[in-house]
Write a protein that binds this ligand. Structure first.
Ligand SMILES: Nc1nc2c(c(=O)[nH]1)N[C@H]1C(S)=C(S)[C@@H](COP(=O)(O)O)O[C@H]1N2
Ligand SMILES: [Mo]
Length: 398
């Protein structure tokens, strides 16, 4: 029996259980440190299948991963993986009846069952960071509109699936194919509002590591994360990682749908908050980022002692090449932990031989193998997208 068959059986077995109930909120609060506030959010284990999560919104759910989770390892457990739905999500999915329609500019439109998808090609695993384009938006100064995320709208998982290109091959590309667009089972809350559909260029769609995934850390995708199937585009922001995949549509031209043409776009040049008129480009590949996880801003450290700082980092759309701990006028190279692949988090650590005084504005700065380095200054934009300024904290010596 092949691995694929085993996984398929697990998928079918979980079909009946994929139901989401409304949580009841208690009132434990966490401070996200958002400049100028309001900065407090409930932190709750109340969502089905979820441990303690920062509740940004209940319906549709927006759940942020607490930073403490990133201390524990580079893979985020499924019950602590952040959640984001643009529109209301279906609360149950019938896996046996589920179909993925592959159409548009194809030779033969097909309607595929989960069995068909599993059988479409070789089973692939990739460890990849799922990061919302708006991750850390709440830290923007001046403040911007949108979900006021701290830095926990990111998580990392081992995804299992087949290559999107193998699924496309079931239908066959017609001449002129240019982009591939995805839709899921979720529909807008209000009449006439645009459906959440997203497309990627054909060269990205045909990459060997772009998946139609059904597995997340060895389990079927939880409903919140897109049961039964989702797109995974390693190295790209997760706005393209369409959940509850139901339609794959090959386009021969540009995509003029709302979430590609009008939303999830970023200034094509550096702007200031006063700039109103500037060209934009879609948010696509992720830049490098690093986070200190061992110490919070304002933490007290011991004078005269060595100090070890730890954290996680990511290369974005290329492998991490280095992480430096930097302060005011000094820097120390960090030691990197085990490598789970170019699109995964990687742990880092650095030791300062002896703390002599307060450590003001220290931060970890990541660089990737494409030569991208985290900037000193925020690339401010009106939606707070693609934040990757060096995140700084101050430690008090006592
Ligand atoms: N079907 C569907 N897929 C979707 C979305 C959505 O609203 N509907 N949101 C996207 C966005 S903006 C993000 S950040 C990720 C979040 O994935 P997660 O909930 O598994 O963390 O899903 C993406 N895929
Ligand atoms: Mo997102």
């Amino acid at each position: 029996m092949s691995e694929g068959r085993l996984t398929r059986r697990a998928l079918m077995a979980s079909a009946g259980g994929a139901v989401l109930a409304a949580p009841v909120l208690a009132q434990k609060l966490v401070d996200l440190g958002l400049p100028g506030g309001p900065s407090l959010r409930p932190i709750e284990p109340a969502f089905p299948g979820k441990g303690e999560m920062i509740v940004q919104r209940i319906r549709p759910p927006l759940l942020e991963t607490p930073m403490a989770v990133f201390r524990e390892g580079v893979i985020t457990p499924n019950d602590r993986h952040f959640v984001r739905w643009n529109w209301d999500m279906p609360t149950a999915v019938n896996a046996a009846a589920h179909r993925v329609a592959v159409g548009g500019a194809v030779r033969t439109p097909v309607s595929l069952t989960l069995d068909d998808i599993v059988a479409a090609g070789e089973q692939i695993e990739v460890v990849a960071i799922n990061q919302c384009a708006g991750n850390g938006r709440g830290l923007s100064e001046p403040r911007v509109t949108g979900t006021q995320w701290g830095n926990g709208a990111m998580s990392c998982a081992r995804w299992t699936g087949v290559r999107l290109k193998d699924v496309l091959a079931r239908a066959g590309l017609a001449p002129g194919a240019k982009r591939v667009r995805f839709a899921g089972l979720d529909v807008p809350l209000t009449d006439g509002a645009p459906q959440f559909i997203k497309s990627i260029p054909l060269d990205i769609a045909l990459r060997d590591d772009v998946l139609v995934a059904w597995g997340m850390n060895g389990e079927p995708l939880p409903l919140l994360h897109g049961f039964p199937l989702r797109i995974v585009v390693p190295g790209w922001f997760s706005t393209y990682w369409v959940k509850m995949l139901s339609t794959v549509e090959v386009l021969t031209g540009e995509d003029d749908s709302y979430y590609v043409a009008d939303s999830y776009r970023f200034p094509a040049r550096t702007i200031t908050p006063e700039d109103k008129d500037f060209p934009t480009v879609p948010i696509t590949a992720m830049p490098p980022r690093a986070f200190i996880t061992s110490h919070a801003d304002g933490a007290v450290v011991t004078k005269g002692q060595p100090l070890t700082l730890e954290g996680i980092a990511m290369g974005g759309d290329a492998a991490l090449s280095s992480v430096d701990l930097i302060g005011e006028g000094w820097q120390v190279g960090c030691t990197l932990g085990p490598d789970e692949g170019p699109y995964a988090f990687r742990r880092w650590s650095a030791t300062i031989p002896a703390v002599t005084s307060d450590l003001a504005n220290i931060g970890a700065r990541a660089a990737n193998t494409k030569g991208a380095v985290q900037p000193e200054v925020l690339h401010w934009n009106p939606s707070g997208y693609a934040r990757n300024v060096i995140e700084r904290i101050t430690l008090r010596a006592q």
